[in-house]
Design a protein around this ligand. Structure first.
Ligand SMILES: [Zn+2]
Length: 198
């Protein structure tokens, strides 16, 4: 991977330029739609999409907007409380948004794996090391029902795997080492208590 310091789903703070008040407000508004750790929808297996209609296309557009405003690189429908097998991602701010519907992992590089830090819009402030295959091939549909074959490596492969996990109710914490998970859960509980006290 070219930049080892990029995380899945969330861009690192130092990569996000100081947000002007308008962008910060947009980000806060977008984040208010994102379900957080502890919400049961994030632990549920999402349902396949069978209607490629205007509602689906609007949904994909809305997800792309929220992802962009939240300064994320990926977003899965369950993160908005919608239990459907639909995800969007965008690698780099100038890249087009890719929509994957009903994605199926066709192949992964089992003997070529790497461990990198990941973040998640649903688990803000937490970063954990996750080991994943470097290359994947995924068969999916786009928002119009057209077949789509994606061969991805590096960050793109990692983001796709992270988002596909969301469709199966799997979070990055489930793939972290026991020590990392314990540390992350402790931080999340402390955060919850601080939020309650505030
Ligand atoms: Zn995530």
């Amino acid at each position: 991977m070219a930049d080892e310091h990029l995380e899945a789903e969330v861009e690192k703070d130092e990569d996000v330029p100081q947000l002007d008040p308008e962008a910060a407000a947009r980000r806060a508004a977008a984040m208010s739609f994102v379900r957080r750790w502890g919400d049961p929808v994030l632990k549920s297996r999402a349902t396949p999409v069978d209607r490629f209609d205007e509602t689906l296309q609007q949904q994909a557009q809305r997800m792309a907007g929220i992802m962009r405003d939240a300064i994320g690189v990926g977003l899965a429908a369950p993160q908005l409380g919608i239990s459907q097998r639909l995800l969007v991602y965008r690698i780099g701010s100038d890249a087009p948004v890719i929509t994957l519907v009903n994605p199926e992992l066709e192949w992964q590089s089992d003997d070529d794996r790497e461990t990198l830090e990941e973040g998640c819009l649903s688990i803000p402030t937490v970063v954990v090391d996750v080991e994943r295959p470097v290359h994947v091939r995924v068969r999916a549909q786009d928002e119009h029902g057209e077949e789509r074959l994606v061969e991805a490596s590096g960050l793109e492969a990692r983001v796709i795997q992270h988002e596909m996990d969301h469709l199966d109710g799997v979070l990055m914490l489930d793939r972290a080492s026991r020590a990392d998970r314990k540390e992350a859960l402790r931080a999340l509980r402390e955060q919850e208590q601080a939020d309650r006290a505030a």
